[in-house]
Design a protein around this ligand. Structure first.
Ligand code: G6P
Ligand code: MG
Length: 217
């Protein structure tokens, strides 16, 4: 018996943050203001709606609900056109090794992502069929740091929350995993992800022995 593994998508499996940034930045520029890379950091793991609210706040802008919906949808079209050519070469370094190990050893894993674009992205990366469950922004009512997305993923894995291990690159995601009662593994800056149970800069730092240890029940 082993534990189950839950992966966040953006920033863990694939680096989409720069494309989100370019698309949000273009939208902001069209509205007459700019957003910085530091501000973009704060959007990691944050749902589409909350991201737009945050950005409009930075630009001191208020919009009607119709305009809000239009901005979200045109940003998303722009974002999708920027990631349209994504393929299996865009998996972040070290990810393929881990996924291969888990697949070969029949260790179940799920996706727990805030993104509503998760399925097409996984398809582009050619790894969609390897997940036992995919839980994304279309399946939740409460965004991270609420634990909902990970709790649904645990259910679909047939695992108790305490028997799940979550890989996350965002502060909101690490908090969500901790609140779900799961083991949290921060991928990225240790200073930023200091609430995580374990920290790594990226997957190339994670050895199979660590995975074997962490999934032991
Ligand atoms: C991830 C990203 C966020 C993004 C969110 C929603 O959490 O880190 O930057 O806003 O997903 O993504 P979506 O693809 O639905 O716009
Ligand atoms: Mg992420």
């Amino acid at each position: 018996n082993t534990k189950g593994i839950i992966f966040d998508l953006d920033g863990v499996i694939v680096d989409t943050a720069k494309f989100h940034y370019l698309a949000w930045r273009k939208m902001a520029n069209d509205l007459g203001f700019d957003i910085t890379l530091e501000q973009n950091e704060q959007l990691k793991g944050v749902s589409r709606v909350h991201s737009l609210e945050q950005i409009l706040g930075w630009g001191n802008r208020t919009v009607s609900s119709t305009e809000f919906a239009q901005l979200m949808s045109s940003k998303n079209e722009d974002y999708l056109s920027r990631i349209a050519h994504m393929n299996d070469e865009d998996l972040l370094p070290g990810v393929k090794t881990i996924l291969d190990f888990l697949t070969e050893n029949h260790i179940p894993f799920a996706l727990g992502s805030a993104s509503k674009n998760a399925r097409p992205i996984l398809k582009g990366l050619k790894i969609e069929k390897r997940f036992k469950a995919i839980v994304d922004g279309n399946d939740v009512t409460k965004a991270k740091p609420d634990p909902e997305v990970f709790l649904i993923a645990a259910q679909k894995l047939d695992m108790q929350p305490e028997d799940c291990v979550v890989f996350e690159d965002s502060v909101a995601g690490v908090e969500a995993a901790n609140r779900a009662g799961m083991t949290s593994i921060g991928i990225g800056d240790k200073e930023i992800l200091k609430e995580a149970d374990h920290n790594f800069n990226d997957f190339t730092e994670i050895y199979i022995d660590f995975i074997k240890q962490i999934i032991k029940k």
